[in-house]
Design a protein around this ligand. Structure first.
Ligand SMILES: NC(=O)c1ccc[n+]([C@@H]2O[C@H](COP(=O)([O-])OP(=O)(O)OC[C@H]3O[C@@H](n4cnc5c(N)ncnc54)[C@H](O)[C@@H]3O)[C@@H](O)[C@H]2O)c1
Length: 333
């Protein structure tokens, strides 16, 4: 088992990556802990060894359930059970669970400690680390949320054994992203080393810019189109699938803007192909609707901000050429 620190002064915490390591979760409970609220979903079926009084709180699956209503229900059932400020919440699941559980923990009694135990590849390489919590509104994804760093993140790759094929693909959508954010070439790495490499990049970026005032935005590589496609398709499209299409799209926008050459676009395709990811949506994309989603995206300041590849690597860029944003959609439909 390896440990990587997220360096955030008094909010620093470890990310553990290994196999058969769920018994480490308990050691991050504060001494005051009497009760452990484990937030999870029925289909996950992972158990955490616990000597404490614990209770499982199951939430529904899917982005529609990633809502403020779910958070309120959770908080109300915690009150019923008598969870206090000196207890702890464990988010045991994919990114949806850890986002919801940590958000609820961050506002319950004005803030309760949380340990994240991701059970999807996407959760391990991305969602469970970095302290962004939140839920969706009908108007958009993750529009309500907090920054609330966990006490620890425990990634046990054994929990991935039951992960459906589609969810692996979703995780690999995010893994592919890290190839453009300074990770080593992970093709040929085993699973634990792949997770570790992604965690290293994520923790480095988060440590530099905890609150996304600058550099952290690069973690959204491929995500501007991804979020729009998820909304357009009413969340029937999985996040990682949308990210893969979004990465190919971002490469095309960068190419049309003259920021990268054809060989770099080809490298994007090579990486996406390596992970068996679809780069095309397989149906027509309505440009006007997609652009309207872009304009609404919370990451847009004074125009449409895209995270794009270029000579200096991936960085946020203000794109004013709407015709290029529309034209680039042609390669991904
Ligand atoms: N906070 C962040 O920084 C951040 C970053 C990236 C993504 N996210 C969020 O993460 C979410 C996506 O996360 P996700 O891809 O993990 O999806 P998810 O949490 O919705 O899980 C996908 C499906 O896999 C099931 N599942 C989870 N673990 C399983 C297991 N071990 N075995 C069998 N089934 C299992 C879940 O029940 C669910 O049906 C999105 O809501 C996205 O906004 C957050």
């Amino acid at each position: 088992m390896k440990e990587i620190k997220v360096d955030l002064s008094d909010r620093s915490y470890p990310v553990l990556v290994g196999s058969d390591c769920l018994d480490h979760v308990e050691k991050y409970y504060p001494d005051s802990t009497k009760r452990v609220a484990i937030v999870t979903q029925k289909e996950i079926g992972v158990e955490i060894p616990s000597g404490k009084d614990y209770k499982i709180f199951e939430i529904e699956t899917g982005e529609k359930a990633k809502s403020i209503e779910t958070v309120i229900e959770l908080c109300r059932s915690w009150v019923d059970w008598g969870l206090t400020r000196s207890d702890i919440v464990v988010g045991l699941g994919g990114g949806m669970v850890t986002d919801v559980a940590a958000f609820a923990a961050s506002i319950y009694h004005r803030g309760l400690e949380v340990v994240n135990v991701p059970t999807t590849l996407l959760g391990m390489v991305d969602a469970a680390i970095g302290g962004k919590t939140g839920v969706n509104l009908p108007e958009g994804k993750n529009l309500i949320g907090t920054f609330w760093q966990p006490k620890a993140v425990v990634c046990d790759v054994d929990t991935l054994q039951t992960l459906p094929e589609r969810e692996w693909k979703c995780g690999y959508g995010e893994v592919a992203k890290y190839h453009f954010l300074g990770a080593d070439d992970m093709r040929g790495f085993g699973l634990i080393d792949t997770v570790l490499e992604c965690v290293k990049v994520k923790t480095r970026v988060v440590a530099e810019d905890e609150r996304e005032t600058g550099k952290r935005a690069i973690l959204n590589y491929g995500h501007t189109l991804a979020h729009a496609l998820e909304l357009e398709n009413e969340f029937t499209l999985a996040h990682g699938e949308a990210v893969a299409v979004g990465i190919r799209y971002a490469a095309e926008v960068a190419f049309l803007l003259g920021r990268i050459r054809e060989d770099r676009v080809a490298y994007h395709e090579e990486i996406l192909n390596h992970y068996g990811l679809q780069m095309k949506l397989g149906k027509r994309i309505n440009p006007e609707r997609i652009i309207s989603f872009f304009l609404r995206d919370k990451k847009s300041k004074n125009g449409i901000t895209f995270v794009l590849d270029g000579d200096k690597g991936v960085e946020p860029v203000l794109v004013q050429e709407q015709n290029i944003l529309e034209k680039a959609l042609e390669v991904v439909q």
